[in-house]
Design a protein around this ligand. Structure first.
Ligand SMILES: Cc1cc2nc3c(=O)[nH]c(=O)nc-3n(C[C@H](O)[C@H](O)[C@H](O)COP(=O)(O)O)c2cc1C
Length: 449
């Protein structure tokens, strides 16, 4: 059996062991040890976090912490207006670095903070970006440190990501909408806005995205786009087979693995649709979610979308059987002590159905199955791969994975089995996505003459 995993263990721990624990990298060490040996997503990345004037500055404090927990070092730069909303003291304490607020800062030997800070950065993230600050950027104005840095950065080396935050009327104003278009045309990445209740008491578009969402976007931004151009369809979670209007049969699948795969595929540049059984997990950023309940619902939703997909990953723990005739009314105890007699019928196998479709048979749709076994993982998973006729099958032990955040999986293909050692489901999902990408690339390689 081939074992991979060297790349999982290697980098961050070794690097950090040689480094004195400053405030900033102490946060990394803590997070690394919580997650085991897996590298952090933003290890080695240096982010300049710019704050302009808006109520959402309070969320920037949480974003700063989230970036650091994900392994980044963060240098905060604030406009004068941002200082009205949150103090540099707070941002310094959270980032572990003195905050810069003025282009006239004399701490830099050459007096050119705008050059020095922007040259060190892997990305400049402006969150929140006020309407005023955006208008400034568009005109190439540079009368404060943050806008000066945005203009002075090496445009081909230091990407600019912006998270707008403003009142809904400001957001909808034609000038603002025009500015978004121009900002993207000038090469910035606009991370979008949320919808909901605003500090001014109004409701609508324009809220800054939540720190966790922004973190997901920043991580996705840095992820190599190994699935660019692919349309990935993922099923996740359990299914629920009704017995009567108030009871049903389900299983303990949490959906975490499928949701992690959807997130990892989107990070890798794919257009992702997630068909989810009844779970209450947050939809990953940028993923289209279809909620279903029963195995039959899941089959219908999946078959329609499989026609346009290029990769299908069947993670859901689909019920093999359903009750043949669910009762229309709640089944009542009648006091006799007799248990109700239920008759079951087999559900159509979703993975096998999709794997037999013309697109899958002629190689336009790459199918990946999951097997949750209780014993003899290798032989059961190998047998399932052959039975379902899929090129790749991921085997895991059901009781070890259901509801858990970590897992160990076996990848089984025609060449043999590869173990992905115990790691978080997100880490496993990212490895799986890379494995799928390399197999698709091989599959699509023209045959040697
Ligand atoms: C209480 C208050 C809240 C504000 N919130 C926002 C906001 O959420 N978004 C925005 O674009 N402007 C907001 N403004 C206006 C900006 O702070 C103002 O345009 C400022 O000049 C922005 O400066 P800067 O872009 O240099 O940071 C707010 C103003 C006040 C007084």
């Amino acid at each position: 059996m081939k074992i991979i995993g060297g790349d999982v263990q290697a980098n961050s721990e070794g690097a950090q062991a040689d480094t004195l624990p400053t405030m900033t990298n102490l946060a990394n060490v803590q997070e690394t040890s919580q997650q085991g040996a897996a590298p952090l997503e933003l290890d080695g990345k240096h982010i300049v976090l710019g704050l302009s004037g808006g109520i959402a500055c309070y969320k920037a404090a949480e974003l700063c912490r989230a970036l650091i927990r994900a392994g980044a070092t963060v240098q905060v730069v604030m406009t004068e207006a941002a200082e009205q909303f949150i103090t540099p003291v707070t941002m310094q304490a959270l980032s572990g670095r003195p905050v810069y607020t003025s282009q006239w800062d004399s701490r830099e030997d050459n007096s050119m903070a705008h050059i020095n800070l922007s040259r060190e950065a892997d990305a400049l993230v402006v969150a929140p970006m006020s309407a005023d600050f955006m208008a400034k950027l568009l005109h190439g104005r540079a009368d404060d440190l943050l806008s000066l840095m945005c203009l002075a950065r090496r445009i081909d080396k230091v990407p600019l990501l912006v998270a707008p935050a403003m009142n809904r009327e400001m957001y909808a104003h034609p000038a603002t909408q025009r500015n978004f278009v121009q900002l993207e045309a000038d090469g910035a990445t606009v991370l979008g806005v949320g919808n909901g209740f605003q500090a001014c008491g109004e409701t609508g578009d324009g809220r800054m995205l939540e720190p966790a969402q922004l973190l997901e976007d920043v991580i996705a931004f840095f992820t190599p786009k190994v699935l660019a151009g692919q349309r990935v369809l993922v099923t996740a979670g359990p299914t629920y087979e009704a017995i009567d209007p108030v009871r049903g049969i389900t299983n303990l699948s949490s959906g975490k693995m499928g949701f992690a795969i959807a997130r990892a595929a989107r990070e890798a540049g794919a257009e992702v649709t997630l068909v989810a059984g009844p779970v209450s997990l947050e939809t990953p950023r940028g993923v289209t979610r279809i909620n279903v309940k029963s195995a039959q619902n899941m089959l219908e939703a999946t078959e329609i979308r499989a026609h346009v997909a290029t990769v299908f990953i069947a993670t859901a723990a689909v019920a093999d059987w359903r009750v043949a005739t669910p009762s229309q009314q709640k089944i009542k105890k009648d006091g006799s002590g007799a248990a109700p007699q239920l008759t079951f019928m087999e559900n159509q196998d979703i993975l096998a159905t999709v794997a037999q479709s013309p697109a899958a048979r002629d190689g336009r749709l790459y199918c990946v199955g999951f097997a949750a076994e209780s014993h003899d993982l290798l032989s059961n998973a190998q047998a399932k791969r052959l039975r379902k006729q899929v090129p790749l099958l991921v085997g895991n032990i059901g009781p070890d994975t259901f509801g858990q955040d970590h897992n160990t999986v076996l990848l089984i293909d025609a060449q043999g089995a590869t173990e992905l050692p115990r790691a978080s489901k997100l880490s496993l999902a990212r490895q799986l996505v890379r494995e799928i990408a390399s197999r698709i690339t091989l599959q699509n390689k023209p045959l040697a003459p």
